[in-house]
Design a protein around this ligand. Structure first.
Ligand code: M6R
Length: 611
């Protein structure tokens, strides 16, 4: 999605804004722009189609734009093609009000018609120009930026993080947000705003998370927050514990490769934080044993890889805790009319904590009075703030669009939740509980072993990089790993891929298998391995080129496999944590070999804050 950055203070604004926009590149974009209040009171705007580099060159790294206050934007086109004209910032006719926006104004069409009737003209196809001119309309009516933004909020439907410069208020930035992320930071002599913390972390660790429909006024003296009635509100800031380097590549060729290699550490951090004296200590979540004994079922929801974590967790929680678990794709769940009794626990999984569909699903179930738990990575994000309880993963900032370490941290967190529920409900005995926690503690070491095998994965990737279709098959948890493997491959290699529950293949999909189609079988569940092997052999009979990923002690493998990858044995509940690493590496190397933009794959954004 789009990224916004703003700065006002004692330093030249443009270089700081461009630097911040660079840290938001992972959100995906097709054009960029910047506006700065110049020394003569004018507002200068520079925009460019394409990479941030183009804007950077145009402005000589921002040096060409003097002025101590400004806003910038990287755009991921929703309304109107990627072009300089549609790029933000947008302005009123007089260029006295200039704005950048992340989100979608859903009723921009009727608002535009209303403004046209009042004499406004439009130069772009964007909803943001409409938003800017709506602010202009209300500013002219009230002569007050706070009132103009309040009225904007009353009339605009949809999601927005909107930052505005008013020529009459030189040196100040006014901003408002609803359902699109916006953080505010301050230091002595400066205030910042951004779509995400990494953009401003180099300058400050003191971060305010703005709530929905709060207005913030930034000046050299700091940040002041208001509600829609124009009343000042007190807010507490959070001190970010991780440093700016955590969000840098640090010598790795890509963020994705760095993040894949950070997984043992991330899993270890999560386990060390939540396992105390050999027990899953989830007291921060405020889920009492009595409460966990009283629930009838668990519903897990999320999008993309977060949903895939839910699919793994479904198998584990049902098996260990003996409670029914449903996994729902958030974009579907939000529009269903689900039968809820109030005795469910709904777990919303989201790395960013800002995914629009997941947030809407959360709000939907809350309306039914159902208790919600958010499993989130980004501190203070919307989902974290709106859920009844929050389970923070300890993955640190994840920059690559393709999730790896956040997925792994979510998985291990769900294992801990499964143990906690199983224990509370008396579904497992102490001996088995202890065995499982010691198996968990061994996971980071085994993940490192999997990483050591990367050159074999790289070699195989080079052999199959030109194939048109890849199928991943497995049963149980291996099926859950298949869907994540397939998504990873698709999103960064652009190779068509499908994941199939191995037993489902012959109900239709097997007709797609042709001479040379790559079918990757995942075999970590011993009791199911033979069945999946039979399915692999069926595909071989139809010409498939097969590979397997198997746990060390799985002996039954199909003959004539072109490649066999091994992962260490572990308790089978946790094998997804090892298997997924090989598959992440597989997708990564193919993407590199095909010359793709690994960290910023085409058409994708890290944080999907629109529907
Ligand atoms: O921030 P979230 O976890 O809510 O994001 C959900 C999906 O958009 C995300 O997992 C997506 O599928 C990843 N790009 C996959 O690598």
């Amino acid at each position: 999605m789009c990224g916004i950055v703003g700065y006002t203070g004692g330093r030249q604004a443009a270089p700081i804004i461009l630097d911040g926009l660079g840290k938001l590149e992972y959100r995906g974009y097709d054009s960029a722009g910047i506006a700065v209040s110049g020394a003569r009171g004018q507002i200068d705007i520079v925009k460019a189609k394409g990479k941030l580099k183009v804007l950077d060159t145009l402005t000589e790294g921002g040096k060409r734009l003097d002025g101590l206050c400004g806003i910038g934007h990287t755009r991921w086109a929703t309304h109107g093609e990627p072009s300089e004209n549609n790029a933000h910032p947008h302005c009123n006719t007089e260029k006295t009000i200039v704005a950048v926006h992340n989100g979608i104004i859903e009723n921009y069409s009727p608002l535009k018609e209303k403004l046209v009737r009042r004499g406004y003209t439009f130069y772009s196809d964007t909803d943001t120009e409409v938003a800017t001119k709506l602010v202009d309309y209300y500013y002219k009516k009230h002569g007050d930026p706070l009132k103009a933004l309040s009225e904007f909020a009353l009339h605009a439907r949809g999601s927005y993080a909107l930052a505005v410069l008013f020529k009459d208020y030189a040196g100040e930035i006014f901003a408002i947000r609803k359902d699109s992320p916006m953080v505010v930071g301050y230091t002595d002599g400066g205030a910042y705003l951004a779509s995400d913390v990494p953009a401003i972390l180099k300058y400050t660790r003191n971060i305010y998370y703005t709530d929905n429909q709060e207005i913030v006024r930034l000046s050299q003296d700091g940040a002041v927050f208001y509600n829609l009635d124009g009343e000042q509100i007190e807010k507490e800031y959070t001190v970010i514990s991780w440093n700016a380097e955590a969000a840098e590549k640090g010598g790795w060729e890509h963020f994705m490769l760095k993040e894949i290699h950070e997984q043992p550490e991330v899993v270890s951090n999560t386990l060390n934080y939540y396992i105390q004296d050999g027990r899953a200590d989830l007291s921060e979540l405020n889920l009492s044993d009595e409460y966990l004994r009283g629930i009838d079922s668990i519903i897990i929801t999320g999008c993309g890889s977060a949903y895939h974590v839910g699919v793994v967790a479904q198998y584990i929680i049902e098996d260990l805790a003996r409670i029914p678990v449903r996994v729902e794709i958030a974009s579907e769940f939000r529009y269903r009319n689900p039968v809820l009794t109030g005795r469910e626990l709904v777990v919303v999984i989201s790395q960013s904590g800002e995914t629009a569909d997941s947030l809407a699903a959360l709000r939907g179930v809350k309306e039914h009075g159902v208790k919600t738990l958010a499993l989130v990575n980004v501190l203070g994000s919307s989902i974290a703030r709106e859920a009844d309880s929050v389970f923070y993963t300890k993955a640190g900032p994840e920059i690559s669009v393709a999730t790896t370490k956040a997925y792994s941290a979510q998985l291990v967190s769900m294992y801990l939740l499964a143990l906690k529920i199983a224990e509370a409900r008396g579904a497992i005995d102490g001996v088995y509980y202890n065995k499982l926690t010691s198996e968990l503690s061994a996971l980071p070491g085994k993940m490192k072993e999997v990483l050591e095998n990367k050159s074999a994965v790289q070699k195989f990737a080079s052999e199959i990089m030109d194939r048109g279709d890849v199928f991943f098959i497995g049963r149980g948890i291996d099926y859950a790993v298949s869907i994540e493997s397939s998504l990873k491959l698709k999103e960064i290699s652009y190779i068509h891929s499908e994941a199939y529950a191995a037993g489902e293949l012959k109900h239709g999909t097997i007709s797609l298998i042709e001479e040379g189609t790559l079918v990757f079988g995942i075999l970590t569940q011993k009791a199911l391995a033979e069945k999946t092997v039979s399915n692999l052999v069926e595909t071989q009979s139809r010409g498939a080129y097969t590979a397997v990923l198997a746990s060390e002690s799985v002996q039954c493998l199909p003959k004539d496999c072109k490649a066999v990858f091994r992962i260490p044995d572990c308790d089978e509940h946790f094998s997804a944590s090892l298997a997924v690493i090989t598959m992440q590496l597989f997708a990564y190397y193919i993407s590199v070999l095909r010359g793709n933009d690994v960290d910023k794959p085409r058409n994708l954004a890290k944080s999907v804050t629109v529907e």
